[in-house]
Design a protein around this ligand. Structure first.
Ligand code: NAI
Length: 699
């Protein structure tokens, strides 16, 4: 059982013990109820303390039980809280460090609460598309006041215990301990003081009203709905708290329950819970055990101070890790550093970074023109021009100078990491670290695992990714890795849609309505259409059978490279990012259709979205089957963190699962009939066809 029971001078202490954060899993709940029974049966016990071992009081539900029947097996959390309330002897929650979700709901069921300062208190269920489901929406408003409670429930964000204790009239904390260290002793003293108090106070008996009544809830609802489009849970937090003010406690509990159960079934909550689990799963590599030793990374070298080199360096400076940048010429270093300074200074201006922090970060940066100066770095990341000859020269130099055991990484976005590794005598130390632009902002990091990359190198870079606050996903070696390999198919579909009659604007609007941050054409303009052009030119000779729309090439032939030239699929006004439709582009598309003898047809938004998204899904199924990605959820992480796929749809694989793979395959078979599309591409990947036929899902 995951709870300990001890008696100290007439006070029973039940200590939740389920590392890392004392999640309220089945065994912990059982331990807790057993402790309560024992304490109530022991005449020598006068009062009962519930506290948590280690780093938390309790972080709430046990994520290991997420979605499994164990999560609700009796005694479920509601029953445990009832048992606490019904205890004949006073129960005191002694909370510290982390008191969240079900942990806070448990504390609210206790007769008294004593808190250590510095404790993070929260009801974060809304972040999973839910509302608190064990009385949180009914008890917190009673204990804390309606307004602060609703703020906490809607935001899901933690608030420090000492701040909550200062709220006028609050009954959440009966006492603050003088320090975290003193909590255990002071809780025992407090328990002694209240041991004989009767009747026992219950939060459920406290009054619950807002002085503005209905008007307050109207304001709150307007505000919340305005901010939370696409997500139903925040608005329903308001409904549940309103019920707390208008209904009897038990009726309010029934409202909370009903909302909670309905939200569990929504696709938004499923997507958010999927994201939560996928994020944790991404850091685990099937054949690299969690206890694989990691190499120490105390200093980093970056080769190339261009767009990527600068952004990559900032990540490490922000994490307090010294960086040495190498370039070919002093001017290039000056340019690179000036850009980094500009970035930091705009953060300072916006109040996001303190001046002294900025100085401290820049003081960790040094530069050089000589490879010999890099020899002591623990990790070197190459971000030079995307040409294999240039990479070869750089990696040969690195192999010559770097100390044994140093990790040699490349930020290449398209080149073969195995080939790059072969330029060295130590391919086991070589790995791809594919950052996304802007590298200091984008959360995603594709870790490209070469055939010979050592396991401890992988373990090290996965650990390092966490330190620099990136979400790392492992990809095998292939052209484009996970993300760009899929986006190529999506881009190809975008081209066919133009051939057949769409305008760039229509395509962008349809997929943006679906929830993408940016449609393919606005994205092309942002990234630079010339980049895709260069890739396609290579493809035309590598894969002469692959069908492409010529529209993007025609655009580039006009020099319309995107935002950087002020003109791409759209026009741009200097200094602004608004995409303005351009008549010349529309004419260009019409002339192109005429030259191919295509009569344009009206294409529905639904078809646009299906073709773009299912193109991602089918390519992803190939990627999964080839073992380039080890889990479907990794592919979802790549798209959610790096490509602006709508969070509330949970990534392409989760979305396809929800649509039903059978339905996805049916649509693909329809698209294959379209003579202007690529019938071969729409052959369902074998994995997809198999799962669809068996009625299974990716995740
Ligand atoms: P960039 O052209 O902005 O910067 C490259 C820098 O490398 C230049 O400052 C150049 O002077 C320097 N350089 C070239 N050869 C060198 C050498 N032999 N030794 C030292 N420095 C040298 O290029 P960018 O965009 O930063 O790309 C760098 C790498 O990152 C490429 O492999 C690219 O494919 C990859 N990448 C680029 C992304 C992007 O969005 N720009 C995204 C992800 C990866």
């Amino acid at each position: 059982m995951s709870a300990q029971y001890q008696v100290h001078g007439g006070i029973a202490v039940i200590t939740l013990n389920n590392p890392p954060v004392n999640g309220l899993g089945y065994a912990t709940r059982l331990g807790l109820t057993d402790g309560l029974t024992k304490a109530n049966a022991d005449a020598a016990v006068k009062a009962i303390i519930i506290t948590g071992a280690g780093k938390a009081f309790s972080g709430g539900a046990d994520i290991k039980e997420f979605g499994s029947p164990k999560a609700v097996q009796e005694p479920n959390l509601l029953s445990v809280i009832l048992a606490v309330e019904n205890s004949a002897k006073p129960v005191i929650a002694a909370v510290h460090s982390v008191c969240m979700g079900g942990g806070l709901e448990l504390a609210l069921g206790c007769h008294y609460r004593i808190a250590a300062p510095g404790c993070n208190v929260a009801l974060p269920e809304v972040k999973l598309g839910l509302i608190p489901g064990a009385g949180g929406t009914q008890r917190l408003p009673r204990a804390l006041g309606v307004e602060p409670a609703l703020n906490m429930i809607v935001s899901g964000e933690p608030v420090k215990s000492e701040l909550l204790a200062m709220l006028p009239g609050q009954k959440l904390f009966d006492k603050m301990a003088s320090s975290a260290e003193a909590l255990a002793d002071e809780a025992l003293t407090f328990a002694g003081e209240v041991a004989e108090a009767r009747p026992l106070p219950l939060v459920r008996k406290l009054p619950c009203q807002h002085p503005l009544g209905d008007a307050y809830f109207q304001f709150a609802r307007n505000m919340v709905l305005g901010l939370s489009k696409n997500f139903p849970a925040p608005g329903q937090c308001v409904d549940a708290v309103e019920a707390a003010t208008k209904q009897k406690f038990d009726d309010g509990m029934a409202v909370e329950r009903e909302i909670f159960i309905n939200l569990m079934l929504t696709s938004e909550s499923k997507a958010l819970r999927h994201l939560f689990m996928a994020e944790r799963a991404a850091s685990k590599i099937p054949d690299v055990p969690a206890d694989t030793p990691q190499r120490a990374i105390n200093s980093v070298a970056v080769i190339g101070a261009g767009t990527m080199g600068g952004g990559i360096s900032m990540n490490f400076l922000n994490a307090g890790i010294p960086v040495k940048m190498l370039e070919m010429k002093p001017e290039a270093l000056d340019r690179g550093i000036a850009t980094m300074r500009k970035n930091y200074e705009s953060q300072v201006k916006k109040g996001k970074l303190k001046q002294d922090k900025y100085k401290q970060r820049m003081s960790l940066l040094s530069t050089t023109l000589s490879y010999d100066d890099l020899k002591d770095a623990d990790l070197v990341i190459e971000a030079v021009f995307e040409e294999i000859g240039v990479k070869e020269a750089v990696f040969k130099e690195l192999d010559r100078v770097m100390k044994p055991g140093a990790i040699l990484a490349s930020n290449t976005s398209t080149l073969d990491v195995n080939k790059i590794a072969s330029f060295t005598q130590r391919p086991q130390d070589v790995v791809g670290l594919h950052f996304f632009s802007p590298a200091n902002v984008m959360k995603l990091l594709e870790v490209v695992r070469g055939d010979k990359t050592a396991k401890d190198v992988l373990a090290t870079v996965m650990g390092l990714a966490k330190k620099i606050k990136k979400t790392a996903v492992v990809s095998g070696v292939c052209d484009g890795f996970i993300g760009n390999r899929m986006i190529e198919q999506y881009g190809r579909q975008g081209g066919f849609l133009l051939d057949e009659g769409c305008t760039p604007q229509q395509v962008d609007q349809a997929i943006e309505k679906f929830g993408f941050a940016m449609g393919p054409f606005r994205m092309g303009d942002l990234a630079g259409n010339d980049i895709g052009w260069a890739i396609r030119k290579r493809r035309y000779s590598e894969k002469p059978d692959m069908k492409y729309s010529r529209t993007a090439d025609l655009l580039c032939e006009k020099g319309r490279f995107g935002q950087k030239t002020g003109a791409g699929w759209y026009d741009y006004v200097p200094g602004k990012r608004d995409a303005i439709p351009n008549a010349e582009v529309v004419q260009m598309l019409e002339a192109h259709r005429t030259s191919l003898g295509i009569t344009p047809r009206k294409i529905s938004d639904e078809e646009i979205v299906q073709r773009l998204v299912y193109a991602l899904v089918n390519e992803a199924a190939h990627i999964l089957e080839e073992g380039i990605a080890t889990k479907a959820s990794d592919i979802d992480m790549v798209y959610l963190m790096g490509y602006g796929f709508p969070i509330y749809r949970g990534g392409p694989m989760n979305y396809a699962d929800q649509v039903g793979l059978f339905n996805v395959v049916q649509a693909m078979n329809r698209f294959a009939q379209n003579p202007l599309d690529d019938a071969q591409f729409w052959q369902p990947a074998p994995l997809l066809a198999r799962l669809a036929a068996e009625g299974k899902t990716f995740n």
